[in-house]
Every structure is written in C-alpha cells, then in structure tokens.
Write a protein that binds this ligand. Structure first.
Ligand code: UDP
Length: 425
C-alpha cells in the first residue's frame, strides 16, 4: 500500500502535515501537470512517482505525462544535457533540427490539461510554443547545473525558457540570467518509499548474499546510472588506492534510463576497468529495483557519489537518510547535502576520495557521527513533504503575480488551536 499523508506524521510531525493541508486548501481544485522525458530511471522520475499521488491526496489535481522521442532525439538531448553541464560536445545544426521536429510531434500529441504546466528539463522545454494558443501558467523546472553551459546549446534553449512564466533551479548557483522570475527548490526523497523505508537486517543480508557481497568486510558503494558524469572509473581508481591498505569491496550499482543512450557504452568501460577483480561488483539493475538498492546502501560502510557534474544527486540524499557517511564530488547539489566534515566529505579527485574513504574505514565513531548528522540534515531539508509545500507555494505565487505578500489568514483557525482564546472583539 503506498503511503498516505498521515503516514508521514511520525517522521515530520503533525504540524508539517497540517500546514500542507492549510496551504493546499488555497489551491484546491486547481491542476498541476508535470511533463518530463522518462517514466523510469533518474531523479526526476523518482521524485514524481511519489509527489504526484501526495499532491492529489491534498486535493490538487496532479498528473504526469512523458513526451515521446526516438533514439536520435535522445542522443541529441543527452548531448545537450552534457553540454549544459559544461562538458564539451560537438553540436551540429542537424541536432537542433531533430530537437525541433520531435518538439513539433509532441506539441501535437501531448494533451496539455494543467492549470499549471511544470515542464522538467530541456527535453520537453519546446512545449512552451503552445502557450500562445492555450495560455495557462508555465514553469520550467531545471534539474541540471546550467551555471557554465556550452553557449551554443544554452543560446538555443534560452529563447524557449524565456517564454515561461517562471523557472525553478535546485540551487542558487545554477540560476542563469533569464527574463523570467526564478525560484529555488531543492529536490527531495520519500522516506517511506521502497527505496528509503527502514529494512531489517535479514532483508539487507539477503540482498548482499544474492550478489555475493561479503558482509564481514567493508563495502564501498556508488549507485548511479552508468554515466561518465558520475565518474564510475574515478570510483574504481579510488577503490584501488584504498584497497592497498584496507581489504574492502566495491559495489557499482546502476541501471539505465530510456532517455539516456550512453549507458551501455559506459557500462562496458566500467566492466573493462574492473578487470575481473572479484571484489568489484558491477550490478546492472533493472528498473524498480528499489528494495535492492535500499538494501545495498544499508549494507554499505561508506557511500560514494564521485560525480564530476551533478544536478542534485538524490543518491546522496538517499544514503544520508540511511545514516551512511558519503564521500562526494564537490559539484552541484552534492555541495548542498554534504557539509564537508559534518555529513560526509567533499572531494575533487580519486586520490582525495581514497584518502577520505580510508579515513572513514579506520574510524567507526566518525562514520556514526557523520551518519547521524546526514540523517538530520535530510530530515530538516530534503524530504518530500517540504517539496510538496514548495510546489503549492509556487502555485500560489503564480496566482498572485507581482505580490510580495500572499495573505493566507482566512485559514488561520486551521493552523492554530483557538479554542482557549476569547475571539470576541
Ligand atoms: N537509481 C535507481 N536505479 C539505478 C540507478 C539510480 O533507481 O540503477 C535512482 C537513484 O536511487 C536515485 C535516482 O535514480 O533515486 C538518481 O537520481 P540522481 O539525482 O542521483 O541522478 P540522475 O540519474 O537524476 O542524474
């Protein structure tokens, strides 16, 4: 049974749930439609899977549609994705043509029904061309780090983005100069999903056993799509340095996403780099392996997310929530989550990662302290209830353009218990 709002009370407290209901009352009956480019794989799909039902439970009609594209389109958008993250890609006029043609097809096929249309990332960004015809509130939700984009791609994308009513970025560093208002909303995890809910030791052991991982020796784990920006080869390099002094194992667990065509090639590179080392476990997991990923992280001693570029890095949030110390690349949203030396360590190289992993392997108390800090940090800042609230506030902000204060006072009796007050004038 999927969790309902009331189930979150035990984690976040009754006040948070009450506040959500009060805010949702202000937009009750309105609709929000999310549009992205994949139903499975990657952080956006992970978030929407749980956010959509919770918003519906609050009385906000929330739907989720996925645009269609062929292999050529997703090759183009993956190159755009890399280029927007600042990696150099060869960009040709033909790629822009492919993007425009698929956008045209989706403009015909996607049924745009929401009062608020929340369009995620560059792939479906061209749907904005429909705004002139149908109106509505349009928001571009950017999950990637576009602070230093390859100019050709950003110059192509920006005229689309400037037509939106607002843009949302995951952190202030990502904001670009745009003609539209910008909001900052960090992503979130669902503490009650199969990916994150508590598991007993037996369930964890069973998964370790299935993959022939020795529970009695330290386990280093990175969970990620097989993507060069996640630097799986850098993780193997770090493991090899650590391994000289500490007997440990490495788990590289990942799957593909239909909108990421590079996965197979990267997986082959990773397998080659692992070079038959029996202590490196390269696991290609099918979609919906949430319970197994949960168990693999819980069975780990240290979690890595050695990305070279990163939008947010939900895998970091997921690991911190499980009280695991995380060694992560000092990029993008990882910097919001890893408070260096407090919830984990930020690193800039395989050597740096190896030093920090070795330090953590030597010091159980340090691991426990960081694990507890990480859990608290996620609890305060990166749970789905906060995310739902942010989206409701966006709806309110869009309905009150130009107002710096939105009055919610009509609903104060629902927030405060006024039964003991004398309310007569
Ligand atoms: N994930 C998964 N299976 C995999 C690899 C990743 O379910 O094989 C999940 C992972 O647990 C996380 C999301 O996909 O919830 C990845 O989000 P993140 O922000 O870390 O990276 P993205 O893939 O969006 O770049």
């Amino acid at each position: 049974m999927p969790a309902t709002l009331a189930d979150y009370q035990e984690i976040v407290g009754q006040g948070v749930i009450d506040e959500l209901r009060v805010l949702a009352d202000r937009v009750r009956g309105r609709s929000m439609q999310h549009i992205n480019s994949t139903a499975v794989g990657g952080g956006v799909a992970e978030i929407l899977t749980r956010l959509v039902p919770l918003m519906n439970e609050l009385g906000i009609h929330t739907s989720w549609d996925v645009i269609k594209g062929d292999q050529a389109f997703f090759n183009v958008t993956k190159a755009f994705h890399n280029a927007l993250h600042g990696k150099h890609e060869e960009i040709t006029e033909n790629m822009f043509e492919i993007f425009r043609a698929t956008t045209e097809a989706n403009l015909r096929d996607v049924n745009l029904t929401g009062d608020v249309l929340l369009v995620h990332d560059p792939q479906p960004a061209g749907l904005i061309l429909k705004k002139k015809e149908i109106g509505r509130h349009w928001v571009w939700r950017c999950h990637i780090d576009v602070s230093t984009p390859q100019p050709e791609v950003w110059n192509f994308l920006r005229p689309y983005v400037d037509q939106y009513g607002a843009a949302i970025f995951s952190m202030p560093d990502f904001a670009q100069r745009l003609a539209v208002p910008q909001f900052r909303i960090a992503p979130s995890i669902d503490p009650l999903s199969d990916k994150n809910r508590p598991l007993d030791d037996a369930a964890v052991s069973q998964v370790l056993e299935k993959y022939h991982i020795d529970p009695d020796r330290p386990v280093l784990t990175q969970v990620s799509r097989f993507d060069r920006l996640k630097d799986p080869l850098g993780v193997i390099a770090a493991y090899r340095i650590v391994k000289k002094r500490h007997d440990c194992q490495l788990v590289l667990a990942g799957g593909g996403a239909p909108d990421d065509p590079e996965g197979e090639a990267v997986l082959a590179e990773v397998r080659a780099a692992a070079d038959g080392d029996p202590d490196i476990h390269v696991l290609m997991l099918p979609p919906f392996s949430d319970l197994e990923i949960n168990a693999l992280v819980r069975g780990s001693t240290v979690v890595l997310q050695k990305s070279i570029r990163e939008g947010f890095g939900l895998t970091v949030t997921e690991a911190l929530w499980k009280r695991k110390p995380v060694v992560g690349g000092a990029v993008g949203g990882i910097k919001l989550q890893i408070i260096d030396g407090v919830t984990g360590f930020l690193v800039h190289s395989p050597e740096g990662a190896a030093t920090r992993v070795a330090q953590l392997l030597r010091d159980r108390k340090l691991r426990e302290r960081m694990g507890e800090n990480g859990y608290q940090h996620v609890k305060q800042n990166f749970l789905i209830t906060r995310h739902v609230k942010d989206y409701i506030l966006i709806m309110l902000a869009l309905e009150h353009p130009g107002e710096s204060v939105v009055h919610l006072n009509a609903c104060y009796p629902s927030i405060y218990d006024t039964s003991s007050l004398n309310l007569s004038a």
